[in-house]
Design a protein around this ligand. Structure first.
Ligand code: UDP
Length: 473
């Protein structure tokens, strides 16, 4: 059975960041890119994860690796496969690394045997392709067991963990104990924030590197007001807009157009000119859709005339996530039970998923049209949606948890909610920003923060510095 998939990687010019970075930052990045080009000649930079599509990790790899290739680095991406039993186990580990039990199943000897069997098969395929001196970045728990065989093969191995929790609990510690022997041989362990670093790992090998967004992707590229209106019109979220202008630029530079309507649960589209408050999230209880909906209905003054748009992916498309359909159903019930006037100000949207870039352009348009963006999650690793909205100069109201705290400087580049379950405080924060002329200043500060800290160049430069250290040592 072939367990490795070679994922195609595009090529994008790193020089284009000069358009969005401040002068000195742009120069520093291009210097790092030139250094990387020199230092990495003859080495392949492998990236290993377990999926080519879906989720923030795949989204980041697609973009970061394309810029690395565009800069002349031989960056490659492989995804490991495995039996359903393996992915049930790794989903359990994923949940437990977020501090929740997931399916509650054990992490004992038979689970160790399943994990070892799949990773041995993957190592048998990957190790012969990797030359001594190559760099291998192993992402998240699924392929972590490759670290040992790759170190033995003479590669420089980095384990990159994208998940975590501010305060570890016992559920999490059990997952750490299961995975630690797999992870330990790596030369470096990279976490998204300091508080996510596991207990019991060699501190000298730990690096903290935050995630980033791609300023030029369909999700984040500039869109004209006309395109925003047209895209939301085609989706059915607003009444106006014409199909002709519902355009965006695809990653490969070719033109794209939004053609598919969204699935909508609403009394009617958002009226022209009405203020919009948006949360974009998967249909997941940890994103608290019910709290977002009822808190808006009960605690945002109707006199402000604002409408709430809660948008997530079409659930039919995600057949392996039965929870998505359940959570959407719960959200629909909460919406149907709202009193008439409140219900007409709340819109539930399932965005079509057939074309990932079309879906991204809809998220882009929605975030750009929003007066306030909300991310009232109950748990969050980083929260890419926060950086995405901040990049579009939107004032964001979000929970003071996980990586959201690294993005928003409370009161300056957004508003943090100390208690994500405090619905009156959420309503007050949203209503306050809708009325406040300072919201525009906050949005401008938000964009600057993302420009400095959460774009690809900062992320790639940190990787180059890490690779310099590893290959020198
Ligand atoms: N997203 C999307 N379409 C949707 C819903 C979400 O593209 O219909 C994207 C969203 O824009 C973000 C990612 O999915 O880029 C979610 O990442 P985040 O870190 O916010 O949360 P996660 O889903 O990883 O918990």
């Amino acid at each position: 059975m072939t367990s490795l998939t070679h994922v195609p990687v595009g090529s994008l010019p790193p020089e284009r960041f000069a358009e969005v970075l401040a002068g000195s930052d742009g120069e520093a990045f291009l210097q790092a890119a030139t250094r990387a080009y020199g230092a990495l000649q003859g080495r392949v930079v492998w990236n290993v994860n377990s999926t080519a599509t879906g989720g923030g990790v795949a989204e980041m790899l697609r973009s970061l690796l394309a810029y690395a290739r565009g800069g002349g680095v031989d960056a490659r991406w492989v995804a490991i496969g495995g039996e359903p039993e393996f992915f049930r186990l790794t989903k359990r580990l994923h949940n437990q690394l977020h501090g929740v039990p997931g399916d509650g199943g054990p992490l004992g000897d038979s689970e160790r045997a399943v994990y070892a069997r799949v990773l041995e098969a993957a190592a048998a395929e990957l190790v012969p392709l990797v030359a001594p001196g190559d760099i291998v970045m192993v992402h998240d728990p699924q392929p972590a067991g490759l670290a040992g065989p790759l170190v033995e093969a003479g590669a420089h191995v980095v384990w990159r963990c994208h998940i975590g929790l501010d305060r570890p609990n016992d559920v999490m510690r059990r997952a750490w104990d299961f995975l630690r022997p797999a992870v330990e041989p790596a030369h470096a362990y990279v976490f998204s924030r300091e508080s996510f670093v596991w207990e019991g790992l060699d501190k000298d090998r730990v690096e903290v590197i935050a995630p980033s967004i791609d300023a030029f992707s369909a999700k984040n590229q500039e869109l004209s007001d006309q395109a925003v209106t047209a895209i939301l019109g085609v989706a059915g979220i607003i009444a106006d807009g014409d199909r002709i202008h519902a355009t965006f630029t695809r990653e490969d530079g070719t033109p794209g157009r939004v053609d598919r309507p969204a699935e909508l649960f609403q009394d009617g589209p958002v009226p022209e000119g009405a203020p919009i408050v948006t949360q974009v999230s998967r249909w997941d209880r940890l994103k608290d859709p019910i709290g977002v909906i009822t808190g808006f209905a009960d605690h945002v003054d109707p006199a402000l005339g604002a409408h709430l748009v809660y948008a997530g992916p079409a659930v039919a498309a995600v057949a392996d996530d039965p929870e998505g359909a359940e959570v959407l159903q719960e959200a629909r019930e909460a919406w149907e039970n709202l009193p008439g006037p409140a219900r007409s100000r709340v819109h539930l949207v399932c965005l079509p998923m057939e074309d990932g870039e079309e879906n991204a352009a809809m998220v882009n348009a929605l975030q750009r049209r929003s007066d306030v963006v909300v991310q009232k999650s109950l748990a969050e690793g980083f929260g890419l949606t926060v950086a995405e909205a901040m990049w579009k100069s939107r004032p964001v109201v979000a929970s003071r948890i996980g990586g959201i705290q690294d993005q928003i400087d409370d009161g300056i580049s957004g508003v943090l909610l100390d208690d994500p379950n405090d619905l009156p405080a959420y309503g007050e924060a949203v209503g306050g920003l809708l009325e406040d002329e300072a919201a525009a200043r906050m949005g401008a500060a938000a964009k600057e923060r993302v420009r400095r800290q959460f774009l690809g160049p900062r992320h790639l430069t940190q990787y180059v510095e890490l690779f310099d250290r590893l290959t020198a040592g």
